[in-house]
Design a protein around this ligand. Structure first.
Ligand SMILES: [Zn+2]
Ligand SMILES: [Zn+2]
Length: 346
């Protein structure tokens, strides 16, 4: 094993530095993973453009690699050399949120970011030090690129799991980026009818290919009227907003059926944002407006298991893979509307 390794740090808008840092060794309840793939999420893209600023940041939270060293008190059936997924969130286990079963929004998760010299999940690097509970054993015959997508799949797993879809339900997904499309994939697995709203014609065509039953072009069609027309006038049972635009939430509320549920999946930018909605449907139609954030340990477990068993095909979402040194090129590609996930490899 080398003595030092390369780690990318976001130091300012459009500024990335590569540090050489000593290869870590695990404490009793930690493991070290040799990173093989790290996908570029919207969060890292926003750090790169400066839309969000949290500098310096050791970014990279969609991580797959090979287990190289295990602490003396780690109890796992993963062996050295096995393919693993690095659970992205650090959680404390004892805050009010963790104890309520909401470890996806642990009160201390940001305080517990791994690297003390540079905060952040630190997956855009050749090695990563993890707490034992962050280690998820994956299948050894699945690619590292696909394993790295366990994190976005787990986020959508949570979104879909919380919605409790019933077979035959009418589901509307607003936005056909990768997160919207992963909603399509998982909602189709739940035997629902899926309608996608997406203005970009290429993305709309890809959504159709990925299983969407109907497409709405919200720029040229009346979204609410189209949802009603497609659902016998009732509206949709479930609507998921996978776009960062506040008006999408207003539209989703207006298109919900009686007893319908609207989930704000994507964060709305710029922050803070505002929506204006008539509160009467919450009363008269008993609709629910809610949302989800990240993923808990059960969502990650399910995602890694599905990917490892080949139950979900993620290859269509991998637009480009590049070596870590080409991170800037990767981020620029990730920002283009014609890419779904760009993955850095090590
Ligand atoms: Zn992510
Ligand atoms: Zn906590």
């Amino acid at each position: 094993m080398a003595d030092t390794y390369k780690r990318a740090v976001f130091v300012g808008p459009k500024q990335i530095r590569f540090d050489d840092v000593p290869v870590p060794h695990p404490g009793p309840r930690q493991v070290v993973v040799k990173v093989k793939a790290c996908a570029l999420c919207t969060w890292e893209q926003r750090m790169y453009t400066g839309e969000e600023h949290f500098y310096p940041l050791a970014g990279g939270h969609e991580v797959a690699g090979e287990l190289v060293e295990v602490g003396t008190q780690v109890y796992t059936d993963a062996k050295i050399g096995d393919r693993v997924m690095a659970g992205p969130l650090t959680r404390c286990g004892y805050c009010e949120s963790c104890r309520r079963g909401l470890d996806n929004i642990c009160d201390n998760s940001f305080k517990r970011f791994r690297d003390t010299d540079v905060p952040g999940p630190a997956g855009l690097a050749e090695y990563i030090l993890l707490e034992d509970y962050q280690l998820y054993k994956a299948g050894n015959d699945v690619s590292f690129e696909e394993i790295s997508l366990s994190e976005p799949v787990a986020c959508v797993m949570r979104s879909i799991r919380q919605a409790n879809l019933q077979r035959g339900d009418d589901v509307v997904i607003l936005g056909a980026g990768i997160m919207g499309l992963l909603h399509v994939t998982l909602a189709k697995m739940a035997s629902t009818r899926v309608i996608v709203s997406e203005p970009n014609p290429e993305r709309a065509a890809f959504a159709r290919k990925m299983g969407a039953d109907d497409i709405i072009d919200p720029l040229n069609e009346d979204f609410v009227e189209r949802v009603k027309a497609l659902t016998g006038g009732r509206g949709a049972n479930h609507l998921f907003t996978a776009v960062s635009i506040a008006s999408a939430v207003e539209q989703a509320v207006a298109a919900a059926a009686k007893g319908g549920r609207i989930a704000v999946y994507a964060s709305i930018h710029p922050k803070p944002a505002k929506i204006t909605i008539d509160p009467n449907p919450f009363h008269g139609k008993e609709i629910t407006l809610t949302g989800t954030m990240s993923q808990d340990k059960e969502d990650v477990r399910q995602a890694v298991k599905m990917i490892s068993a080949g139950l979900i095909d993620l290859k269509p979402f991998i637009s480009l893979t590049l070596p870590l040194e080409k991170l800037e090129e990767g981020l620029q590609a990730a920002l283009r509307p014609d890419t779904y996930r760009v993955i850095m490899t090590m």
